[in-house]
Every structure is written in C-alpha cells, then in structure tokens.
Design a protein around this ligand. Structure first.
Ligand SMILES: [Zn+2]
Length: 82
C-alpha cells in the first residue's frame, strides 16, 4: 500500500501541528477479545501525537478484524482488573 506523502500538507485539526506518516499498532476489542493490528499506516501529529487514519486504511483494518485474512500470529494479552 503506497501512502507515502498522503499526509503531506495536512495539519492537525487540534493544534495545527505537522502530520507525518508512521506505522502504528492499533488495538481493538472484537467480540470480547483484544486484537492488535500492527504496521498500520497513520498520520501522526508531530506536536500532540493525535493519530489520523485514511478511510481505505480503516476499511482494510475492519476487513482484517472480520477475518478475511488470517492473523499473522496470536498474542495473549493479559488484562488486569483494578
Ligand atoms: Zn496536533
């Protein structure tokens, strides 16, 4: 997926900081299970760290979660109740 420069000339809607593309890990709860999606291209604000995702990226993430693609590996995430 070629998204380089996608965020060029975009600014943060909160602080108007510059947005750069980074690969991030998303964390979602699906049917009571936590799911990690690694290497998701996101626009990250240099100033406040707000993350932005392109619509097609979110669509791919949703498809991954719905199981159209097999998980690359499974990680057990410990959850602590306070
Ligand atoms: Zn910002």
């Amino acid at each position: 997926m070629e998204t380089t420069n996608f965020w060029q000339d975009e600014t943060c809607e909160y602080c108007e900081g510059r947005i750069v593309e980074k690969r991030v890990t998303l964390y979602r709860k699906v049917k009571g299970e936590y799911v990690l999606i690694e290497n998701v291209p996101a626009g990250v604000c240099m100033e406040c760290g707000t993350r932005y995702f392109a619509a097609n990226v979110l669509k791919t993430v949703a498809e991954n979660i719905r199981g159209r693609r097999a998980a690359a590996r499974k990680v057990v995430v410990p959850v602590y109740a306070f």
